[in-house]
Design a protein around this ligand. Structure first.
Ligand code: NAI
Length: 261
């Protein structure tokens, strides 16, 4: 089965580092015309974001705050004008806010929702206008396993990601008449600067790994593999869904038993 993404115009938000940077590189390697949106970009030679060796296309960079309506509108219109439309939007940008309900300051709660939910809303609203004209498109939203089973201390983050799932389902129905699909995905544990999993003491890492049926950290490529499929023509009949790409996190109550632990 060929997943042909050659010359598709793709926007990946939050793509200066972490999972988003790798998603952008993987779509570029598939031959897509990728634009990375982020608040700021480090030097290209530090991240490789300007074009990985051997990649099909280089990744363009546009500075954009997904939580700011004017910034979003300007950045999206710039991409649409340059490429004549937008085929795929990956709403990857997100922030983590940690703290018990008793402790999270109201401003932090609001910022979490502004970026994680507001960012998906604003980007989807702006991009959908262009997709409707083409009567085709793919919008793919980063939720999280926290939207399926939240953890203690994740009230703001988990609630925001659950909101992304609801937004995804509503938008999928609204855009169905235009042949545009809208889906969400739930990664489990990809070690990045956001969570510092790989730098934790081994005992703490083991406790987290023991929740996974596959018992290894997830890679950004594990996420990108799903997104490349969801963005392809082969996924044309999949919409309004949340895809669990967590390595079987808590698929059973104690998955570590199968690993002899
Ligand atoms: P990260 O913190 O490494 O990267 C996030 C990127 O988003 C950064 O480049 C940051 O500058 C950008 N960003 C933040 N606010 C922005 C804004 N207002 N406008 C534009 N860009 C902005 O995070 P990571 O780990 O790569 O996560 C990416 C996405 O995947 C997030 O939505 C996260 O919630 C989700 N996710 C990550 C998991 C993990 O294990 N790393 C697990 C489940 C979900």
């Amino acid at each position: 089965m060929e997943l042909d993404l050659r010359d598709k115009v793709v926007i990946v938000t939050g793509a200066a580092r972490g999972i988003g940077a790798q998603i952008a590189q993987r779509f570029a390697a598939e031959g897509a015309k990728v634009t990375a949106f982020d608040l700021a970009f480090p030097e290209a030679d530090e991240t490789g974001a300007a074009g990985a060796p051997g990649a099909g296309q280089s990744v363009e960079q546009v500075t954009c705050n997904v939580a700011d309506p004017e910034s979003v509108r300007a950045a999206v219109d710039q991409v649409a004008a340059r490429h004549g439309g937008i085929d795929v939007l990956i709403n990857n940008a997100g922030i983590n806010v940690v703290g018990d309900v008793a402790d999270v300051p109201w401003e932090r709660w609001k910022t979490c929702f502004d970026v994680n939910v507001g960012g998906v809303f604003l980007m989807s609203q702006a991009v959908a206008e262009h997709m409707k004209q083409a009567r085709s498109g793919r919008i793919i939203n980063a939720a999280s396993f926290a939207a399926i089973i939240p953890s203690v201390g994740s009230a703001a983050y988990a609630a925001s990601k659950a909101a992304v799932v609801s937004l995804t389902r509503v938008h999928a129905s609204e855009l169905g008449p235009y042949g545009i699909t809208v889906n969400a995905y739930a990664p489990g544990m990809v070690p990045t600067a956001m969570n510092g999993f790989a730098e934790m003491p081994q005992e703490q890492q083991d406790r987290l790994l023991d929740t996974l049926s596959l018992r290894r950290w997830e890679s950004a490529d594990d996420v990108a593999n799903l997104l490349i499929f969801l963005a392809s023509d082969q996924a044309a009949y999949i919409t309004g869904t949340l895809h669990d790409v967590s390595g079987g996190k808590l698929a059973t109550q104690i998955p570590a038993v199968a690993h002899g632990r």
